[in-house]
Structure formats: C-alpha cells, structure tokens
Design a protein around this ligand. Structure first.
Ligand SMILES: *Cc1c(COP(=O)(O)O)cnc(C)c1O
Length: 424
C-alpha cells in the first residue's frame, strides 16, 4: 500500500497535490511519501513479530535511495543502514543512524574505506574475499582495533529476475563459496584483530519467489551449524535484501509476512541474531518521478512519441533493466477517455532513452504532467548529469507539508564544479 492516490480528479501524495509540487519546484522532480516509507518499514519489521526470532537488525540498503532525509525518516522509525561505500556510511551517520546499526557491504572496499568503517565503529563489515579479509586485518591490527566481521557467502542459487540484478550465482562477483567461507571464518577466528560475528548473503534483487531464498537460507543455516560444530562462535546471520515489490503489471511478490514465516521455518531453534538488508521493498513504491510532456510527436507513418522532460539520466531503470514503470497522468482521465499507444521517451540523445513502447495512455498534450510510479528506489540514486542535464530535485512529503530535500542545482553550480586547467 502507498499514499499516492487520485482525489478530486488529481494525483496526490499524502495531503499534497503533485501538481502543486511541480508548480513550486519545477519538473522533472522526484517526490517521496514519508508515510509510505514508514509504513513499508513497519510492515517488514512487524512481519517478524511473534515468531520467536527476537528483534532482527533491519539495515535499510542505502543505495536504493540515499537521500539523507529519507535515511533520517527510516532511522527515526528504527532502521539501520546497509552501506556499500564510505559515502553511504557518512550519509547514514549524518542522518543520525547509530554505527551500531550500520552494516558495511561491497566487493571492493578500499583501505581508506575500511579504516573509516573501523573508526566509525560500524556493527558488521561484510568480507567478500580473502584479500579483503587480509587487508582489514592489517588495518585493524595497526589501529589496535577488533572490528566485527561477517563472511559474505555466495550460495550459488539462481534467484530469477533480471541478470543484471542477480548476485547469488557462483559466476557473479559477490562473496565466497561455502567451503571458502568455512576456511576464512576459521582463519578470522584465529586472528586477534578480527571479531567474527556471523555470515551474510544477498542473492539478488526484485525476487518474487520464496523458493530460491529458502534454498539459500537453508544452506546458510547449514553453514552456521557446521561452523558451530567446529567450536566457532556465530552470533549473527545476515540474510540480505532482495524481496521484490509489487510493480504494476509484474508478478506479485510474496508478502513480508510470508517471507518472515519462511525465515522462521528455516532458522527454527538456531538461536542467532538475524539481520536483513531490504532496499527496494522500503523505497520503491514510496516515490514517484513527476515529468512534463514537452511534445506529442505523431509520425505520419504511424508511431506516436510522448516526449518528456525526464530522461534516462534521471531514471535509468527502463534502459538498464528493461524495467516497467506505471505512468499516470496527474489529472485523472475521464473514465471513457480513449486509450492509444505512445512510445514514451526522454530528451537524451540515445535510443536507449525510451521509457516504454506502445504504452496505452489517454490523450496527452504538451504541458500535461505525468508521474512514473514505483520510482522511489534506484531512481534518483542512479541518476546522472548525462547530456549536461542538472540532477533533478527531490521532495519529501509529510501529511500536507512538503520540503525540497535536494535542490535542483543551477546551471552555474554545474559549471562551477569544473575548474579550468591552469594552462587553458
Ligand atoms: C543492493 C543490496 C541490497 C538491497 O537489495 P534490494 O533488492 O533493494 O532489497 C541489500 N544488500 C546488499 C549487499 C546489496 O548489494
């Protein structure tokens, strides 16, 4: 459920008409709903209540939507943060999320980033390879520190979904095999500069079937038992993120309740602290991208293009993952409005800048406003200035108030970021 609804013939976010935000801030603009973020977090957390699993650490995956106000909204609701760079750790800390709820993941953490994470005192550093384990141990020893680590395992299961968001097959770059995890965990346990806390996995994103997750988590349980059987201490089991969201027209993912129930069945009696890293589930349906129609270009030979002021640099998911976004006019169309097929495109000079082809929409005209739904995750976070288009603003709504939480940079700001070389 989200808080974007038609009311009095217009699309609203909570208590604010999206057209009012477009008027005040301009387009294109991302708009997020506080109530939806809070609700998604509460539903995920609530799913684990009463299952005898204790209080899991729910570390929101910052990369899905890393705006500091979004992080603060979730942090105040009790979320931790799953981070993949020093920048993301700094964002989480700036948002007031305590280091004790921060997880540091990622395949290529630099020495500088690892040192920063140790100093910040993050709760878990996920180790993805042996060289990374060795690097962290050198840095920790030099500091006289003993950071808590988890070994990230690649459970070698196929989670379905798009190949570009699969992470849990052995051919993917993430994590180590079960055999390697066992060896590295034992190695880390011998090392006075490291505190092995547990094991972690994350098998992919937008997963709409519990079967591969159950398979991976069952293997993870086996590894916990195996390590403990060797006298090693395993306190935490981090099962990652990846639970899909109901994108319009796509296969329906399982409810968080069903996911939690499956986890409870898999880990029953294990006595371990659970951690999760949901990103998309929390943020995707909590945001929309509002854009204005620049032209309707009807080719005499047939195709009809809806040319928007938002481009692939603002929302890259369709170009990168063939993602589907529902597109709604901000003004509710008449119930009997005739639908016709549009190719919805942006202004960027790339054929890939096509959001969708043959989308059935009511009659559209220049100046009309549309919203891409489910754009709160991997939207603004993946945007760029390609074609020298300034990053677009982000707005957060709460009740009938809204705030610009990332202003649109001016053309001057954009140019000022590039000093000329001294010899030019
Ligand atoms: C991207 C990522 C997540 C979040 O994935 P979602 O599909 O957005 O839930 C969680 N953990 C790790 C390690 C990731 O890389």
């Amino acid at each position: 459920m989200n808080h974007f609804d038609y009311r009095d013939g217009e699309l609203w976010c909570e208590g604010v008409a999206l057209s009012a935000i477009a008027k005040a801030v301009g387009t294109p603009v991302y708009v997020y709903s506080s109530a939806t973020l809070e609700r998604h977090f509460a539903v995920f957390r609530g799913a684990f209540e009463g299952l005898g699993l204790g209080e899991p650490l729910i570390a929101y995956a910052v990369k899905a939507n890393s705006n500091v106000s979004v992080l603060r909204t979730l942090g105040l609701a009790g979320a931790g943060a799953d981070t993949v760079s020093e920048g993301e750790i700094r964002r989480a800390l700036a948002a007031g999320i305590p280091a004790s709820r921060i997880v540091f993941s990622g395949v290529g953490k630099t020495a500088k980033e690892l040192a920063f994470a140790i100093e910040a005192g993050v709760s878990e550093i996920n180790i993805e390879s042996e060289p990374e384990l060795d690097l962290l141990s050198q840095i920790a020893a030099a500091k006289g520190a003993r950071p808590a680590i988890a070994i990230r395992v690649n459970p070698d299961v196929s989670a379905g979904g798009h190949a570009k968001i699969s992470t849990g097959k052995s051919e993917n770059k993430f994590g180590v095999s079960f055999a390697e995890a066992e060896r590295l965990y034992a190695k880390a346990s011998q090392n006075p500069a490291l505190r092995p806390l547990g094991i972690a996995c994350h098998i992919g994103s937008q997963i709409t079937d519990l079967t591969p997750m159950r398979e991976a988590f069952t293997k993870m349980r086996g590894l916990v038992e195996h390590l403990r059987g060797q006298g090693l201490v395993v306190e935490r089991l981090d099962l990652g993120g990846g639970l899909g969201v109901p994108y319009f027209n796509q296969p329906s993912p399982p409810e968080p309740k069903a996911f939690a129930q499956m986890v409870a069945e898999v880990v029953r009696g294990l006595d371990v602290q659970l951690a999760f890293e949901p990103g998309r589930l929390i943020a995707a349906n909590a945001g929309v991208l509002v854009s204005e129609v620049i032209h309707v270009h009807q080719r005499p030979e047939g195709r009809k293009f809806l040319v928007l002021d938002a481009g692939m640099n603002d929302l890259i998911r369709p170009a990168m993952y063939d993602a589907y976004h529902d597109i709604r006019p901000l003004k509710a169309p008449a119930a009997d409005a005739p639908l016709s097929a549009y190719d919805v495109v942006g202004p960027v000079c790339e054929t890939g800048d096509t959001f969708t082809r043959d989308r059935l929409l009511p009659p559209m005209a220049a100046g009309d406003l549309v919203a891409f739904l489910s754009a709160g995750a991997y939207g603004a976070a993946m945007s760029s200035q390609y074609n020298s288009r300034p990053l677009i603003p982000e707005v957060l709504v709460k009740g009938d108030a809204f705030a610009v939480i990332r202003p649109r940079p001016s053309m001057e700001d954009m140019l000022a970021a590039e000093p000329l070389a001294a010899w030019l």
